[in-house]
Design a protein around this ligand. Structure first.
Ligand SMILES: [Zn+2]
Length: 563
């Protein structure tokens, strides 16, 4: 009896030590990533040495030795040799199909005069069949010697083709005479709701259209065929992966765009995780209503999701369409355009919340922001207690009185760090020395308890999230100006900026349990950089290269110059 007991004890001991020595039969991992500097954005375990991935999930995050237990003959090993691993970066506010279009149309970013743009149009016209539309995007009169809106006369000589050129922020369009004629626009055309036709002193349209007035032209332009749209979407996605993005909040899509996304997903080629907001406009009302009846949607593979609506409260500051409490300092007759009243915003928010949808409202000016906060406050008061995460997109100028209301109401300020550094050269002209202190007040918002999901609003800005992190941390342009940073008190730390592009972006789409940090059970999405942005001087963040972008355990981008 005693002998039998001893024998059993020996067997037991042996099996325990067999287990402890790591020879237990773990189901092998498909991929083990090790040898890197991992920043998990998980406060419970901020740094790990390695991760193991099975299917599209992280099954282990911890020591290199621990990860090794998931190793089998079929496991792919990725030894990073000191590279830096972040949770996959997410852009919390962007426009994928616009980026796709931007990649094929005339790129006017950085142009220095209307004459230069006219030359580019003429060159494009020479290779475009007569009568075909020429479109472009990216002009900014603030970059020109004469900082005034251009007119159709600046495009003289291009009459063989209709020309449609959007401003950098997409909130104004400049067209030539042919486009005006083709669309039947003249002095008798009234300003549409939510838009403005710029006119000369005689009341004649000058060729520049603000906000919804641009639709008078845009809706007349033929849409590219679906295959071309899919090709553009794919090139936009590839561009995103090349800068380290694993996901995007698309702000926003209509039914035609939705079909493009759905088709790409059906083909199994949607490799970027897209959280698409439904576009609210006069044309999309019945479509929105049908979505509210049907409810939210998320594909099983978590690549495509619809659970929010995008509303617009005002325009943009660059084109003086953002709604301000007091007139523009450089245009005392103008306070911008409020596109919806508190009551309209309240009604829309209420019906969205009742249908289970999140609301994300574009508001840039302090009046726009206040109007949205008022509407949200009312909607939240009337709603049953819950976790609604209402968002304001951009909130570039916030009156000091409204700054604490975000945290108090649980409203998410969804912001784009590069907007601050792109707009800083001219924004004080628009707002004056006092109001400008309310621009991009990241420090006030963070310290009051807000999370700030970060984005780029591409193609308004570059899709590169490292540029966003650099702007957030330095509040300087790429030449390091101004010294010390622009209103430097508002800077973010590297940690806060990375949170903005990872876990806080995930939070803003109700997905913090699924992505945004490196933790067991979460999606295996990683962005791998050639250097440690937490350790290097901030200037070098701009020189940092993406080495790998991994989505759901698949390498979707690998830098061509991997050593
Ligand atoms: Zn946008």
């Amino acid at each position: 009896m005693e002998k039998a007991f001893k024998k059993l004890a020996v067997i037991l001991m042996a099996s325990i030590s067999f287990y402890l020595s790591g020879c237990s039969q773990q189901t092998p991992a498909d991929l083990i990533i090790s040898g890197g500097r991992f920043y998990t954005m998980n406060p419970a375990e901020p740094r790990v040495e390695a991760v193991a991935v099975r299917g599209d999930r992280i099954v282990y995050a911890g020591t290199a030795e621990g990860a090794n237990k998931f190793r089998a003959a079929e496991t792919t090993l990725l030894d990073l040799k000191g590279k830096t691993v972040l949770p996959g970066l997410i852009d919390a506010h962007a426009h994928l199909l616009s980026l796709g279009r931007f990649l094929v149309e005339l790129n006017l970013v950085g142009t220095t005069s209307p004459q230069q743009i006219r030359d580019m149009v003429l060159k494009k016209a020479a290779e475009t069949p007569q009568g075909g539309w020429i479109s472009g995007r990216g002009w900014d009169q603030n970059d020109w010697e004469i900082k005034k809106f251009p007119t159709w006369r600046d495009l003289d000589g291009t009459e063989s083709h209709p020309v449609y050129l959007r401003r950098i922020d997409g909130h104004a369009a400049w067209v030539n005479q042919t486009a005006l004629k083709l669309c039947g626009i003249d002095r008798n055309t009234p300003d549409p709701k939510g838009g403005k036709i710029i006119r000369d002193q005689d009341g004649e349209p000058t060729g520049v259209f603000i906000d919804d007035a641009a639709d008078l032209i845009a809706l007349k332009m033929p849409l590219p065929p679906p295959d071309e749209q899919i090709r553009r979407l794919k090139s936009a996605i590839q561009k995103c992966h090349s800068v380290g993005l694993v996901g995007v909040h698309d702000a926003a899509i209509d039914s035609a765009k939705l079909e493009i996304f759905e088709e790409l997903h059906r083909r199994g080629e949607l490799t970027l995780r897209v959280n698409a907001m439904l576009y609210d406009s006069s044309q999309t009302q019945s479509w929105l209503k049908s979505w509210f009846e049907r409810g939210t949607l998320e594909t099983d593979d978590h690549y495509f999701k619809i659970r929010s609506v995008k509303l617009f409260a005002d325009g943009a500051l660059g084109s003086r369409g953002a709604a301000l409490l007091e007139p523009y300092s450089d245009d005392p007759s103008n306070r911008g355009l409020l596109l919806k009243s508190t009551d309209e915003l309240y009604q829309l928010t209420k019906s969205a919340l009742e249908a289970g949808f999140q609301v994300c409202t574009h508001a840039l000016g302090d009046l726009g922001v206040r109007t949205v906060l008022d509407a949200y406050e009312r909607a939240l008061k009337g709603a049953s207690p819950g976790d609604y995460r209402l968002r304001i997109e951009h909130c570039e100028v916030i009156s000091p009185a409204d700054q604490p209301r975000f945290a108090a109401l649980g409203v998410i300020p969804s912001m784009q760090p590069t907007h601050a550094t792109s707009d800083m050269p001219w924004i004080e002209d628009r707002l004056g020395p006092e109001r400008v202190k309310g621009v991009c007040v990241w420090r006030e918002l963070l310290d009051s308890g807000c999370r700030i999901p970060c984005g780029s609003d591409f193609p308004v800005e570059s899709p590169d999230p490292l540029w966003g992190i650099y702007a957030a941390v330095t509040r300087q342009d790429h030449e390091g100006r101004p010294e010390g940073g622009w209103y430097p008190r508002q800077k973010m730390t590297v940690e806060e900026a990375v949170r903005g592009f990872t876990i806080d972006a995930a939070y803003a789409e109700f997905a913090e349990d699924l992505k945004g940090s490196i933790e067991v059970g979460k999606l295996a999405d990683f962005t791998i950089l050639d250097r440690d942005i937490f350790e290097i001087p901030a200037r070098e963040i701009l020189d940092t290269q993406v080495r790998y972008t991994i989505v759901g355990g698949n390498i979707v981008y690998q830098s061509p110059d991997l050593e």
